[in-house]
Ligand binder design. Structure first.
Ligand SMILES: C[S@@+](CC[C@H](N)C(=O)[O-])C[C@H]1O[C@@H](n2cnc3c(N)ncnc32)[C@H](O)[C@@H]1O
Length: 221
C-alpha cells in the first residue's frame, strides 16, 4: 500500500493546475507554502475550489467547519458565503486560530469567520441553528460521531461534506494507512461512509479527487 494519493499523479497535478488558473492571491500562496513546509494536511487547490463550488451551488450563507486548521478550507468557504455570510471554524489548537486570523484578515475574509478554539463537536453543539453546509475534516477516528451530530443540523437542500473519505486508498480494503497503524481510523471512515450512504434523507457521492471528498445532499426532512 502506498502512502501517495491514489489518483495518477499526472491527473492530480492537472486538476491542481486548472484550479489555480483563476485565483491569484499571495495570501493563498503563503498558506499553501506553509502546508508544504510543515507537512500540514490542507485540502489543497483542487479540493478548495471544489468546496467553494459546492457551497456556492446551494447558495450557502452559513457554513460550519469541524477541524479548520489555520483556515485554508475556510478561505474557500468564506469566498462562497459572501460578505453577509458566516463560516464557523473549530480547532483544538489555539496556534491554528491565531494563524487563521492573520491569513484570513489579510485576505479580506476574516469578517465572515467565527473561529472557536476547542473540540469541534462541542463547538457545533454550542452554536444554534441549522447550516447550509457542514464540513468535516477532524481526526479520522471522530468521523462517525461527527456525522451523528451533523446529519440533523444540515438544512434540507444543504450539504454535508467530508474530506479524506478514501484515506489514501485504504478504505476500500480496510487496511491501516502506513504510519497510522492501530488507531482504527480506516475502520472509522468506513463506518462513517456506510452510515452516510445508508441515510435515506441524503443523496450521497464520493468524488475521488485528492483523498476523496464525500458530498451528501439533504433531500428530506
Ligand atoms: C486535516 S486538518 C484540517 C485542515 C483544514 N480543513 C484545511 O484544509 O485547511 C485537521 C485539523 O483538525 C483539528 N482537529 C482534529 N480533531 C479535532 C477535534 N475533535 N476537535 C477540534 N479540532 C480537531 C486538528 O488540530 C487539525 O488542525
Amino acid at each position: 500500500m502506498t502512502d501517495q494519493p491514489f489518483l495518477d499523479v499526472r491527473v492530480s497535478h492537472y486538476l491542481r493546475d486548472l484550479a489555480g488558473l483563476q485565483r491569484h492571491d499571495p495570501v493563498l500562496d503563503e498558506m499553501e507554502a506553509r502546508a508544504d513546509e510543515h507537512g500540514f494536511p490542507i485540502v489543497g487547490r483542487a479540493v478548495g475550489r471544489f468546496l467553494e463550488q459546492q457551497a456556492s451551488a446551494v447558495a450557502a450563507e452559513r457554513v460550519f467547519e469541524l477541524g479548520s486548521g489555520y483556515g485554508y478550507s475556510a478561505y474557500w468557504f468564506a469566498r462562497a458565503v459572501g460578505g453577509a455570510g458566516e463560516v464557523h471554524c473549530t480547532d483544538g489548537d489555539p496556534d491554528n486560530a491565531r494563524m487563521a486570523e492573520d491569513y484570513l484578515r489579510r485576505a479580506g475574509l476574516w469578517d465572515r469567520v467565527r473561529y472557536r478554539v476547542g473540540d469541534a463537536l462541542e463547538g457545533l453543539a454550542a452554536t444554534e441553528g441549522d447550516f447550509d453546509v457542514i464540513y468535516n475534516d477532524v481526526d479520522k477516528g471522530g468521523y462517525p460521531d461527527c456525522w451523528e451530530a451533523a446529519r440533523d443540523r444540515v438544512r434540507v437542500g444543504g450539504l454535508y461534506l467530508c474530506d479524506n473519505v478514501l484515506w489514501y486508498g485504504t478504505v476500500p480494503t480496510g487496511e491501516d494507512r502506513p504510519g497510522f497503524e492501530g488507531r482504527g481510523w480506516t475502520d472509522a471512515i468506513r463506518d462513517h461512509n456506510r452510515a452516510v450512504f445508508a441515510d435515506p434523507r441524503y443523496v450521497s457521492t464520493i468524488v475521488p479527487i485528492r483523498d476523496g471528498v464525500l458530498v451528501a445532499l439533504r433531500v428530506e426532512a
